[in-house]
Design a protein around this ligand. Structure first.
Ligand SMILES: [Zn+2]
Length: 140
C-alpha cells in the first residue's frame, strides 16, 4: 500500500476527507484527516484503500489504520475466497490487524464510520483509486 500523494502529488490537499473532534472525548479535540493509501501491484484490482487517521496537516501519530472498500460486499466476497464476514467488514471499514491494539484505534474507527464512511466518500475513493492506478500504467 502506497500513499496517494506519493504518485499523484498534484491532488489538492483539501480533497482529503476528514472530521472534527470536539473536546471531552477519547481523542484530542481538533481536525483529523483521512490519508489514503492504495495498492501498487500493477496486476491487482483489489479496489480497496488503507486509510490512516492522522491529525490534519501531520503524518503522525496514526490514530487508526482502516481497511475500507467501496464496492459491494459480494465483490469482496469473491476476492476474499468467499469470506462473507471479512467482505462485510471491509465495506464498513475495519481496523488493520497491525494497529488493532492501540486503545484509541476503535474510537477513531467509530468516528470514521459515523462521520466519513458513506456514498460520497466511496465515490471519492473510487475516483482516486482510478487516478492512482493510472499512474502505474504510465510508469511502466
Ligand atoms: Zn491490490
Amino acid at each position: 500500500m502506497v500513499p496517494f500523494h506519493s504518485r499523484c502529488p498534484a491532488g489538492p490537499a483539501e480533497a482529503t476527507f476528514g472530521f472534527e473532534v470536539a473536546p471531552g472525548g477519547a481523542l484530542a479535540p481538533g481536525q483529523y484527516a483521512v490519508e489514503e493509501l492504495y495498492c501498487d501491484e500493477p496486476a491487482c484490482d483489489c479496489r480497496r484503500a488503507l486509510l490512516r487517521i492522522v491529525p490534519r496537516g501531520k503524518s503522525v501519530p496514526v490514530l487508526a489504520s482502516i481497511s475500507y472498500g467501496w464496492e459491494t460486499p459480494e465483490f469482496y466476497e469473491r476476492t476474499l475466497s468467499g469470506d462473507s464476514e471479512a467482505a462485510r467488514a471491509i465495506t464498513c471499514g475495519c481496523l488493520d490487524p497491525l494497529n488493532q491494539k492501540s486503545p484509541i484505534a476503535p474510537v477513531a474507527l467509530k468516528i470514521f464510520q459515523s462521520a466519513v464512511a458513506g456514498n460520497e466518500f466511496g465515490r471519492h475513493l473510487k475516483t482516486r483509486y482510478r487516478q492512482f492506478r493510472a499512474t502505474l500504467r504510465t510508469s511502466r
